[in-house]
Write a protein that binds this ligand. Sequence first.
Ligand SMILES: [Zn+2]
Length: 449
Amino acid sequence: MTEELIIQEIENNTGEYIQFLRDLIQTESYNPPGNEKNVALKIQQYLKDANIESDIFPFGDNRANLIATLKDDSKGKNLLFNGHMDVVPPGIEEEWKVPPLSATIKRKKIFGRGATDMKGGLAAMVITLKILKKLGVKLSGNLILNAVGDEETHGLLGTKWCVDNKLEAISIDFTLIGEPTNISPLPHAIMLGERGRVLVKVVTNGISAHAALSPLGRNAIYMMSKIIEKLDKLDEYMPHVEPPIKMERLKKLVGDSFVNQEIFNKFFDEQPRLQAIVDSLIKSTRVLTMISGGIKDNVVPDMCEAIIDFRLLAGQKVEEIINGFSQLIRNEVGFDVKDGPTGNPEDIFVYLEILSASEGSYWKDWEDSKDLQLLYKLISETYQKKPFYFLYPPSSDAHYLRNSGFCSQTIMFGPGNAFTAHSTNEYIEIQDFINSIKVYTLFAYHFLK
Ligand SMILES: [Zn+2]
């Protein structure tokens, strides 16, 4: 078996692969509510036609995870492919140029919800199993595909459940997550880590009064505005954490994909969006995203609610954010912070409720990894462009793999432009999709050879 045979096989069957990806996009799995089982059944059938067994693990209402393994008798290495089957809802469908479930092909792209995030990467992973099986490639080890649900709603029932209940006993040597890692106009990135995210609801409780007698009340919206004003002081109330990769090093890593650093520096200076991304990756940040308060135009509001989206550096703990924020409210604004509503309308206080929490993660020893060098080489050759090592701007399921000690050697690489994820008219470039099949298949072939 040679690389050429694998590439030939892929090039002879691109039509079939495109059709399979379109089929997955056309299979509705909007989360919420999920419906990932629809996709799991499609994957199971595709694998069955290739004589590959898979197991579906249902949960909730029409939801599921799936695991399939290409096994070998010898006890070699274990390579894990992880990809999510759920997609975010399409938003206002009238704003789409094509229906979001149509998987319409136009200008060498496939348009539809999930094309980029991440049915493209998922389809490429499923197809990899089929190719290796069909060509009878002798593997020394196991290639495990874990197609998960629930990623778009924090992954507890998807990746976390699979790791805790079905994969725990397997010693995984390397995990590849197929999330989209093209950050246009740059080439593809290999993501070594990610920030975490904590969503917190802040509730201020004041005292209601007639607006004509406002001094008798305590305005909960004014209370909230005092907290908002002090938000930027939060870093003073949390233990200092160094970013996993510092600014200059991050810029150097991106610049390595350019002809030279000088050209990159010129390019970087003219790219405010890229500057903002790099800057965000080295900081813990927070932003108020929603606010509501008041019940009538002539009543002093006794309650105001706000949602704050905190982003954590790898190594920062959720408790550190919550404790620091509580301290800030007490010290800087002077409000009492309680665990929940007291039920007494005369009490003036604040309470915090964690709506969701995921910590950041980072693969510390990536620089010594031969596997990573192999992946880098395959991406360079296939795309005819050098990739670069980077950190993933949003949060993902990777922390469930890295932080638990299950598999710190977890990276993200997948087809699709990360900026079109979750947006109207999401699309994937067909060549990018086909290239990712080549990279995944050749990587699995060399890794398990
Ligand atoms: Zn995704």
